[in-house]
Design a protein around this ligand. Sequence first.
Ligand code: MRU
Length: 356
Amino acid sequence: MHLKTIEWISTQKGSLTPGYARLIDQTLLPGQLAYLETDDIKTVWNAIKTLQVRGAPAIGVAGAMGIVAGIQRSRARTPDDLIRAVEKAGDYLATSRPTAVNLFYAIDRMKRVARQNRSLPPPAFKERMAREAVEICEQDAALCRAIGAHGSKLLKNGQTILTHCNAGSLATAQFGTALSPVYVAKEQGKTIRVFADETRPLLQGARLTAWELMQEGIDVTLICDNTAAQVMKEGRIDAVLVGADRIAANGDAANKIGTYSVAVLAREHKIPFYVLAPTTTFDLTLSTGDQIPIEHREAEEVTQGFGKRTAPANVKVYSPAFDVTPARLIAAIVCENGIARAPFGKSLKKMTEENS
Ligand code: MRU
């Protein structure tokens, strides 16, 4: 089935604009599969901020579509005014969430295409921007599919993997990153089982990964985050597969908070720990993971998540949304161009060079 997490819907036959973004509202899952449809840039910003759309690649696609939403009704008549409108929309969307570099990749790409198309009259310029956003979306699905093909080579029939957070279809345009090899392996006739960490505090593992895998007919077992060490010790896990929000030049990888502790546990139990991400998640301008900006979230997500108070009022809370797994704990980084291994300084550069 491979859900379409986000897409651009045109309201006029024969052109992409005017149109609107249609995305699965992930805050309603697993109870309800409902879509948010919007042609309003503020609503897109809010959807990213509140995790209605989340996961690094999906956030990038939403950013690109948000820019189109922001400019499609612009009355600007000169190319410079339209380019300024794209830049303003991009700068605004860039303030929504700081860690996933895919958002900044998509915004920069939209700005660059805007500058390259200054000779177009306004309607054609808007159409060109919409086409770029749709291409970012379609390319993301293709990159994820390729990650699945490479990643499936790491999985043998009958194996069980553990994953953290949601790096599946819901986190991308389609297919996912960490879960894509599981889907491809299924197509190849292999049976792969998944243990999903529930992923405190926002439960992306319980609400999204478990739901998505069940929709796809994959055998999934939900565990509390603090059960990961025990299932590894019991010999139930053959490999850990996770996504990433930003990967530095040395291979340090930021992903959902708790990923680092899973990597430490995997090392202790001699289980390979794999990171799967498209090259749009690589940030080779950062030499190490220490430079990755980490988002911090509201205390209420920890003290009264999903409306139920589970901690005393006014207790101090520390809630980084992501942590950085050091490269030395990572067995391989799988991207659309193949499987990169240490030393990552060299192998990641080579993987990105294949794009040019
Ligand atoms: O806060 P979220 O739900 O956006 O965090 C998502 C993750 O950490 C994912 O693992 C990551 O973005 C990779 S998605 C392919």
